[in-house]
Write a protein that binds this ligand. Structure first.
Ligand SMILES: Cc1ncc(COP(=O)(O)O)c(C=O)c1O
Length: 369
């Protein structure tokens, strides 16, 4: 039986915006131009302007955005790249696709984000790049991370796949490092209706290398300067993203309002919401639980779907066994992986559904003080 309140439901977005999205798609179909055309370049301009970045380069997905950005920033096979073990696996897959070697720094227990003091202990002059991940919509401590990176001469490539519109101070995610990487996977705060991604940066040379790398390494037609990849944001996805971008801020505000309703339902110490950054965008609403299975069952019995982001830290995934990292290597990330639970969070949740989730959460907290 499917839950009454599913974790996400993208049909509602299409119901709300349908005619506009139909128009955007039709415009591309009628143009007869599907790859690297006017929609992609217009979206690149609009996305860069929204973020306050000089360049945006549309690519095929968020994983490729990280892989391409790292290469454009000078990371080469065998180089060390430091990131967080508590992230979506593709953050690390992207490092490996390049033949670089991932290393990890543990996270902060309050936020689940990479901990600058752990980072400063892990990095060395041999570290070529740092990939902070603005997980769950919350910004990492970018001033501290930039200072660590400057001290060792490493590039910073931000993983902003969960942080569309998030700010630290006045600046948007992706504008602190040498490059920022976005995914437009459908369920992201700004999502396409298929795969999509972008690299953003201020540096002209990094931007032109990204443009070249995403398109078979071509600088000009039939002039290949690198063994690049085929990873381009297509015209239909770009047209959809252009139609949706004007709504991003209001959708993020709605997410924050929902998060506040959930916060208000919490009492006692059976659960604690992970700390959110000022200017965060609530991609996910994540609780650390004393008894995750108990809360999950309590909510499921009331028709409320939940998910876990993420049940296993990356260093303990079989794909990365070759790194030789055993349980206990990153205790904070491991403990969070055992205790986090995400509640339904998207801008099209109805008020009665938010109330239903909040009441179920309040009831659980009262019973399990
Ligand atoms: C933090 C993070 N990094 C990278 C990615 C990869 O993005 P994509 O699925 O578009 O390749 C995702 C998306 O799942 C993500 O959440």
């Amino acid at each position: 039986m499917s839950p009454e309140i599913p974790f996400g439901d993208l049909r509602r977005e299409y119901q709300a915006l349908g005619a506009m999205l139909d128009g955007a798609i039709k415009r591309v179909l009628e143009s007869g131009w599907f790859i690297l055309g006017s929609e992609t370049s217009a979206f690149e301009e609009e996305w860069a302007r929204y973020l306050g970045a000089k360049h945006a380069i549309g690519v095929g997905n968020g994983t490729d955005a990280i892989r391409i950005a790292l290469e454009a920033c000078g990371v080469r096979p065998g180089d060390e790249v430091v990131t967080t073990p508590l992230t979506a696996v593709p953050t690390v897959t992207a490092v490996c696709m390049l033949g670089a070697v991932p290393r990890f720094a543990d996270v902060s227990p309050s936020t689940g984000l990479i901990d600058p003091s752990a980072l400063s202990r892990v990095v060395s002059r041999g570290t070529r790049a740092i990939v902070p991940v603005h997980l769950y919509g919350n910004m990492c401590d970018m001033p501290a991370i930039m200072e660590i990176a400057r001290g060792i001469g490493a590039a910073v490539v931000e993983d902003c796949a969960q942080a569309h519109g998030a700010t630290y101070g006045a600046a948007k995610a992706g504008t602190f490092g040498l490059a920022g990487c976005y995914s437009f996977y459908p369920s992201k705060n700004l999502g396409a209706y298929g795969d999509g991604g972008a690299v953003v940066c201020d540096n002209d040379e990094v931007a032109s290398r990204c443009r070249m790398l995403r398109n078979y390494g071509q600088r000009a037609r039939y002039e290949h300067l690198a063994a690049g990849v085929n990873s381009r944001l297509d015209e239909i996805q770009a047209a959809i993203l252009r139609a949706k971008l004007p709504y991003l801020d209001q959708w993020n505000a709605r997410r924050t309002a929902i998060a506040r309703c959930y916060d208000a339902a919490i009492s006692g110490d059976s659960v604690r919401p992970l700390a959110r950054s000022d200017g965060g965008v609530c991609h996910l609403y994540v609780l650390a639980c004393r008894d995750r299975a108990g809360l999950q069952a309590h909510l499921a019995a009331r028709g409320i779907a939940t998910q876990v982001h993420y049940p296993r830290p990356v260093h303990l995934q079989p794909a990365f066994a070759w790194l030789g990292l055993s349980p206990g290597s990153y205790p904070v990330a491991e403990e969070l992986a055992d205790s986090v639970l995400s509640l339904p969070m998207h801008p099209f949740l109805r008020e009665d559904e938010v109330t239903q989730v909040a009441e179920a959460l309040a009831e659980y907290c009262q019973r399990n003080r």
